[in-house]
Ligand binder design. Structure first.
Ligand SMILES: *Cc1c(COP(=O)(O)O)cnc(C)c1O
Length: 333
């Protein structure tokens, strides 16, 4: 089947803007930096999961589902975007969140509530799959027709969103007459980076795709990227390679652990905000920008290059971190 024939619900506001960041580039004294604004995909504060959800929604509608089910951590952007997609299509959403219910609900969790999602809790990631099965069984028993959106929206169907995003970027770069030496993105469950890498191969796009892990070790991320890529290759007969070694993933910025703020993220958030009026998030894009800044310092990227920072969203989580966002003691750059 040709990729264009795969059912898709057009809920994302596309193309997302492509913008230069001249003041940030100047402050860093490194490459010319541009940003791709997937924080502006349009649905309930946007983010990268909206591109993936276009394909999950289409499949859910084909199956006549009436409930979207997914899982994530307390401040999951993916859960919030899934809840918004469900609301927009008159479906229910059931979110299994990992962690303990916080005393004060803010950020994405507040939005989950406003979007009318049913929120359930599981204390740790270990028990998650079992509890998801139990939740699906309970919904079936209640007569609902649940559709399970995978963790992070990351399987071959979700990755399609970023295969198409690469085609979108290629068109924008042509119109702007700019070329990118590299594309930098936060990476975690892998749908985004694997989609970008597949898109680059399919559309003969020559930039390197560089992932900054927000938690898992490099080999864990690479295994995920390779699994999603081989599933896509097999399902749609795509001419893409799936070997894990091809993926550039940096895991030097995960010391704090997933979602734990350090001076790296704080420095990046303040820098982007003060130089460009651009809001990054504490968990993903703050860490990815911090990583980009460090890679510039280590001359992985040089001042004669042009680098695209893919903003994957997540900004509502800023509010849940309001007590940890004071500027770092020393400058990052
Ligand atoms: C989920 C998410 C990512 C990671 O994307 P994956 O496809 O899971 O690797 C990056 N940034 C934000 C803001 C996210 O919500």
């Amino acid at each position: 089947m040709h990729l264009d024939e795969i059912p898709r619900e057009r809920i994302a506001r596309l193309p997302t803007p492509l913008e230069p960041l001249p003041r940030l580039s100047e402050a860093l004294g490194g490459p010319r930096i541009w940003v791709k604004r997937d924080d502006l995909t349009g649905l309930a504060f946007g983010g990268n999961k909206v591109r993936k959800l276009e394909f999950f929604l289409a499949e859910a509608l084909e199956q006549r589902a009436d409930t979207l089910v997914t899982t994530g951590f307390v401040q999951s952007n993916h859960a919030r975007q899934t809840a918004a997609a469900a609301a927009k299509y008159g479906m229910r959403a059931a979110l299994l969140l990992i962690g303990d219910p916080p005393p004060h609900e803010t950020g994405n969790l507040l939005l989950d509530r406003l979007l009318g999602a049913e929120v359930l809790w599981t204390p740790s990631a270990e028990g998650r799959d079992r509890e998801l099965d139990a939740l699906m069984d309970r919904l079936h028993a209640d007569g609902a027709r649940p559709y399970l959106v995978p963790h992070g929206g990351s399987n071959e169907l979700g990755a399609l969103g970023y295969i198409f995003a690469m085609a979108e970027l290629a068109d924008q770069l042509k119109a702007e007459a700019v070329e990118m030496d590299a594309v930098v993105t936060a990476t975690s469950s892998g749908g985004t980076q694997s989609g970008l890498v597949m898109g680059a191969a399919l559309f003969a796009f020559n930039s390197e795709i560089v992932g900054i892990s927000v938690g898992p070790e490099r080999d864990v991320v690479r295994a995920r990227l390779s699994a999603i890529t081989s599933a896509a290759r097999d399902r749609w007969d795509l001419p893409v390679e799936a070997n894990a070694q091809q993926f550039e993933v940096h895991d030097d910025y995960v010391d704090g652990g997933y979602g734990i703020l350090t001076d790296l993220e704080r420095g990046a958030i303040h820098l982007a905000a003060r130089h460009e009026g651009l809001m990054l998030d504490p968990v993903y894009t703050g860490r990815a920008m911090g990583g980009l800044i460090d890679l510039i310092r280590r001359e992985r990227f040089t001042s004669d290059q042009t680098v695209l920072f893919w903003h994957t969203g997540g900004t509502p989580a800023l509010f849940a971190y309001s007590d940890r966002l004071a500027p770092p003691g020393s400058d990052l750059w």
